[in-house]
Design a protein around this ligand. Structure first.
Ligand code: FNR
Length: 172
């Protein structure tokens, strides 16, 4: 199994990037092969049809589609902005959905968030679940790891959530 970890914030001190690395550490501990996508790799112009007609899908998004396609499972870690999903993630989902392979279709995806807010980003994750349903991904229960998140709460997060996700569908 290979799990791809994708984060939705390019901020230097991003809580969600820290959560992404923390989750990848847990995968590592359980001997799961994984690939951590740097948030800068999601850099692409905001989708519009004329751009696509003129230049096709950006190389960065084709590469991302390949990573998703070849993964057994995906972990998406997104900040919540105004009760919804990170625009970086939404744009990447839109571009990847324009690649012929339809990499999201049938993929099992864990949606996770960390937020300094009291609800931990759960509202954004429920939007993200709707969007991914549209591109035919299967989503695991949502993981708002750390309401009022900070370095300490991310370090102390409940690991069992990721473990269950990794074990789901695997022969025991
Ligand atoms: C936020 N933030 C935020 N937090 C939250 O829990 N619910 C929300 O609706 C919002 N809305 C929101 C809008 C905008 C425009 C910004 C810039 C921020 C706070 C956000 O969760 C916080 O800044 C996180 O630290 C951002 O994620 P990273 O960059 O730390 O991963």
């Amino acid at each position: 199994m290979t799990v791809v970890f994708i984060g939705g914030s390019r901020r230097k001190d991003s809580l969600n990037a820290k959560l992404k690395h923390r989750l990848a550490e847990v995968a590592d501990k359980h001997g799961i092969r994984h690939d951590i996508v740097d948030a800068d790799a999601l850099d692409a112009p905001i989708y519009h049809g004329d751009l696509e007609a003129a230049d096709g899908v950006p190389e960065s998004m084709k590469k991302l589609a390949e990573k998703i396609q070849s993964a057994s499972k995906v972990v998406l870690v997104s900040p919540e902005y105004n009760s919804s999903v990170s625009p970086l993630i939404k744009n990447a989902i839109d571009w990847v959905s324009r690649v012929e392979t339809q990499a999201w279709a049938g993929k099992t995806v864990l949606l996770a968030a960390a937020s300094p807010g009291g609800l931990g980003g759960i509202r954004g994750l429920s939007h993200l679940r709707d969007i991914l349903g549209n591109v035919k991904a299967w989503t695991a229960p949502l993981f708002a790891c750390c309401p009022n998140a900070n370095d300490e709460s991310i370090a102390a997060m409940d690991e069992s959530f990721l473990k269950q996700f990794l074990e789901q569908g695997e022969a025991s």
